[in-house]
Design a protein around this ligand. Structure first.
Ligand code: CP3
Length: 352
């Protein structure tokens, strides 16, 4: 597969936007900035649009998903849109009964725990991804030169929701399965890799200029478990995407010990959470990848001078990398004052 002639990445080949330059390791004219979970509950215009519509239904309504994606781009002037969807959308589109419970997260009616449960997981039919392709096409048509980032959940994080049946701090059942039944584990992570890879590829083919793989809960794993039981499946998820040639980002929470292994899955940029200073992350990652991060989300509520000093520190440490994209160390908390996010963008564009 290759990208069609009117794809933004093809049209912008000779003059890529700052975000894409940074992901590729070129020095952009300004430090690009966007926020994980920039679309969503921190915005009153989002809360208003979502009244009466279930979360996953909103993701599957192309007009609504597109409008929600555009809201933070208009309001904050960030350097990218991130497609409004959820990591469990490909699970839902395969026909598995999954819902999102507000304040909790994805919940499954029937958790997937045995060899028979895994064997019964239905395939994701390519036609089922039509609402995703339509929403992306609608969005890039309105974004102009601002790139859209597509995303997907990595197989481990996705599998943890399937096995636990909901959000879980330490994913004990998931990690027990990993060590108890190699065949079932491999079958489960292969299924996750296939559906999540297809979900990300659909977004990129339809117009996204970069892709981010979220392995949010990989920080629960030891380096050896990550390398042996998880990384090969993350690489597999990226296979159908790699041939499209757009830059790829890999992010997880609490993954300081895993950063180099996450790089080795084959990405251009590694996202770093707030626990590890960026210059230390660069020491662990070496010179061949860009970094993204890592404002502590807690500091969004601190007085501006405190937050400003933190941003300056993040920017300075980010200079150790071949290129740096400013972001938070995890998603925007729902109760964030959105005017603070706009102020960060203005500050970074002026000083970064
Ligand atoms: O700007 C964006 O980043 C928008 C798109 C986005 C959403 N989910 C929308 C969403 C993205 C990139 C995600 C990814 C996602 N979803 C991840 C990986 C990123 C991360 O945070 O580590 C994970 C682990 C999920 C699973 C999930 N979905 C959780 C944990 C929750 C929160 C539940 C809650 O209410 O606190 C969701 C729901 C969700 N996904 C919301 C949004 C805007 C909130 C639901 C709502 O608005 O009603």
């Amino acid at each position: 597969m290759s990208l069609h002639d009117s794809h933004p990445s093809v049209l912008q080949r000779n003059d890529p936007p700052p975000l894409i330059r940074a992901y590729r390791g070129e020095q952009p004219t300004r430090t690009p900035v966007w926020f994980m979970r920039q679309a969503g509950r921190s915005l009153p215009e989002y809360r208003e649009l979502r009244v009466g519509t279930d979360m996953l239904d909103a993701c599957l309504n192309p007009e609504l998903a597109s409008e929600i994606t555009l809201q933070p781009v208009r309001r904050h002037g960030v350097d990218a849109g991130i497609f409004f969807s959820d990591i469990v959308i490909p699970v839902r589109l395969s026909g598995v009964d999954v819902r999102i419970v507000a304040g909790r997260g994805p919940v499954l009616e029937n958790p997937v725990r045995t060899a028979a449960d895994v064997a019964a997981l239905p395939p994701l039919e390519p036609e089922a991804l039509a609402p995703i392709r339509d929403a992306v096409a609608l969005t890039v048509a309105q974004l102009g030169s601002t790139p859209l980032i597509g995303f997907a959940g990595a197989p481990y994080t996705l599998a943890s929701y399937l096995v636990e049946g909901g959000p879980s701090k330490e994913q004990l059942k998931t990690r027990a399965l990993m060590h108890s039944d190699a065949e079932t584990w491999s079958a489960l992570l292969t299924w996750c890799a296939e559906i999540t890879g297809a979900f990300l590829a659909a977004q990129i083919e339809a117009g996204a200029s970069a892709g981010q793989l979220f392995d949010s809960w990989a920080g629960s794993l030891s380096l050896s478990d990550y390398t042996r039981h998880v990384a090969p499946f993350s690489a597999r998820a990226l296979e159908p995407v790699r041939e499209l040639g757009v830059p790829l980002v890999h992010f997880g929470v609490g993954t300081g010990e895993l950063l180099a292994a996450m790089r080795d899955v084959g990405v251009d940029t590694v996202g770093v959470d707030w626990r590890l200073p960026l210059d230390e992350a660069v020491k662990r990652l070496g010179p061949d990848v860009s970094v993204q991060g890592n404002i502590d989300p807690a500091l969004l509520r601190a007085p501006w001078p405190v937050l400003e000093a933190h941003i300056v520190d993040v920017l300075e440490r980010g200079r150790a990398a071949r290129a740096h994209v400013l972001n938070l160390g995890h998603g925007v908390p729902p109760d964030t004052d959105p005017t603070v996010l706009t102020r960060i963008v203005e500050f970074v564009h002026a000083h970064g």
